[in-house]
Design a protein around this ligand. Structure first.
Ligand code: PXP
Length: 251
């Protein structure tokens, strides 16, 4: 593989909030699969969808439609529950990302506590890995969590960038810079342990560049901002602009 290919940062487009808009009226549109196909055409390397326990956005039918209709890999985000494990094993998506989930939260607020539940999460991901899914664990940029993820044999971690993005958006620049430093150090730490590193949550045109510049990060998963921005410049335009910023950061 050429150095340029190795260095390419993948963009996973999360289409959950197309379903949020659809569900606001309970009808059939806008259709998440249609958005996913458009995202593919605009240069998304993968599509991410989170089937939440309460089905507040993506539904079981959406997952079926994505599995049948996509040409790029599906990254299926799910909580570590028996119900979700059964669904994942039925569809065997390319990737499964294990995320923490609380019903009362508006979005995925923190990373998974894998350090405290190492055996449980290890047992949970084993059948998914055996089935052939690329399992990733969504965690905070914290050495203990990363070491646990490596110990249970997760091949991939996704680092939660939410605190960095929030500090940036709210003008708390000292905190933002400290978060960025932590993400940089922990990305390198995880990569040195042999883990593939992804990152995501809260990324926008404004704050993506320093994260995209980390050479060890191989994939970013971005949703809410891109779907919101598509109201103004279209999904195609939003994805292409994000892609350009990511590629510039990497150059
Ligand atoms: N990565 C993971 C693991 C997530 O849970 C989410 C949100 O569902 C994202 C990335 C995308 O975050 P955002 O929608 O804020 O871009």
């Amino acid at each position: 593989m050429s150095e340029i290919m190795q260095n390419k940062l993948r963009l996973g487009v999360n289409i959950d909030h197309v379903a949020t808009v659809r569900n606001a009226r309970g009808g059939m549109y806008p259709d998440p699969l249609r958005a996913a196909l458009l995202a593919e055409e605009a240069g998304a390397d993968g599509i991410t969808a989170h089937l939440r326990e309460d089905r507040r956005h993506i539904t079981d039918r959406d997952i079926e439609a994505l599995i049948d209709g996509l040409s790029v890999p599906l990254n299926f985000e799910m909580a570590a529950t028996d119900e979700m494990q059964k669904i994942a094993l039925r569809h065997v998506p390319h990737a499964v990302c294990i995320v923490p989930e609380k019903r009362e939260e508006r979005t995925t607020e923190g990373g998974l506590e894998v350090a405290r539940e190492e055996n449980k999460i290890g047992d949970f991901i084993a059948p998914l890995r055996e089935a052939g899914c690329r399992v990733s664990i969504f965690i905070a940029a914290d050495q203990r969590q990363i070491e646990s993820a490596a110990r249970i044999g997760a091949p991939v971690i996704e680092l939660h960038t939410g605190a960095y993005c929030d500090a940036h958006a709210e003008g708390r620049f000292d905190e933002r810079d400290a978060e960025l430093e932590r993400l940089r150090d922990m990305t390198k730490f995880a990569s040195d342990l042999g883990l593939e590193v992804h990152a995501g949550h809260g990324l926008t045109f404004d704050c993506v560049k320093p994260i995209a510049a980390f050479p060890q990060v191989l994939e970013l998963n971005i949703g809410h901002f891109l779907i919101g921005e598509s109201i103004f410049i279209g999904l195609d335009g939003a994805i292409k602009q994000m892609r350009t910023i990511m590629d510039d950061a990497r150059a």
